[in-house]
Design a binder for this molecule. Structure first.
Ligand code: HPA
Length: 256
């Protein structure tokens, strides 16, 4: 009997033993160019996954070597706002844990609420407000899924990420409310993935790429192409890639 693409991928992972899983958010797919690929598979071929519907999300899992470290990179994610269940949205995290990964690094595109955050900036997520319809405010078993040690190591503005379901951007009034709640950035992913990872015993870090000032904080309307354009700028994705590389190397080799 011949193996499915997924079974072949699993076998490769079993021998390559990736240590770090990385989820690349909107527009950040080019970061995968830093990886020397060993195997790759489309989401559509992975049981429990689905092909992405949002433009700018690659929908591939790439197993490879980054700076001498085994990595599993998810280029794109499955969002709740695309109609996926939370179970499906967090399936990559469970797959990563199944394949033996120890560290989970989540990236996303987000709108900046804090005055110090401008398009092109990176923010280390130190906590989140989970304002998702399925379980707004429901606390997970692990209250803060983000590793304080990794937050510190990133040496970035460390802030609170408000996770909303989307798919629409917020109204200016909603952003004023989120600011009053002390959210620093806003987006439509990451919180549930971080909680799932922490519950599985992974050490989790998350980084927002600020692609725009949140609604009402700058002139003009927001749109997805702007988000992708900013995250996809060579200089921005390079900075994200350098940050990830620093984390991967220091965490997995123990060299601070
Ligand atoms: N709001 C929500 N999600 C986002 C934004 C935003 O302003 N920018 C990028 N993702």
């Amino acid at each position: 009997m011949s193996l499915t693409q997924f079974e072949t991928f699993q076998r490769t992972a079993a021998s390559q033993r990736p240590r770090v899983a990385i989820v690349l958010g909107s527009g950040l797919g080019a970061v995968v160019d830093r990886v020397r690929p060993v195997a790759q598979i489309h989401f559509a071929e992975i049981p429990g996954f689905a092909a992405p519907t949002v433009h700018g999300h690659g929908g591939r899992a790439v197993l490879g070597d980054w700076a001498g470290v085994g990595v599993l990179v998810f280029q794109g994610r499955m969002h709740y706002y695309e109609g996926h269940s939370w179970d499906r949205a967090t399936a990559p995290v469970r797959l990563a844990a199944d394949l033996g990964v120890k560290f989970l690094i989540l990236t996303n595109a987000a709108g900046g609420i804090h005055d110090a955050l401008n398009p092109g900036d990176l923010m280390a997520i130190r906590g989140h407000l989970k304002l998702l319809d399925a379980d707004a405010w429901k606390s997970p078993e692990i209250a803060v899924p983000y590793s304080p040690r990794l937050v510190e190591r990133m040496n970035l503005f460390a802030g609170v990420y408000a996770a909303l379901t989307g798919p629409t951007y917020e109204t200016p009034a909603e952003i004023r409310a989120l600011r009053a709640m002390r959210a620093d950035a806003v987006g439509m992913s990451t919180a549930k993935e971080a909680e799932a990872g922490a519950e599985l015993g992974l050490e989790v870090a998350a980084i927002s790429c600020i692609t725009n000032k949140a609604a009402g904080l700058a002139a003009g309307a927001l749109d997805h192409s702007e988000v992708q354009e900013v995250a996809g700028r060579g200089e921005v994705s390079n900075r994200m890639a350098n940050l990830l590389e620093g984390l991967i190397v220091s965490e997995t080799t123990g060299i601070a």
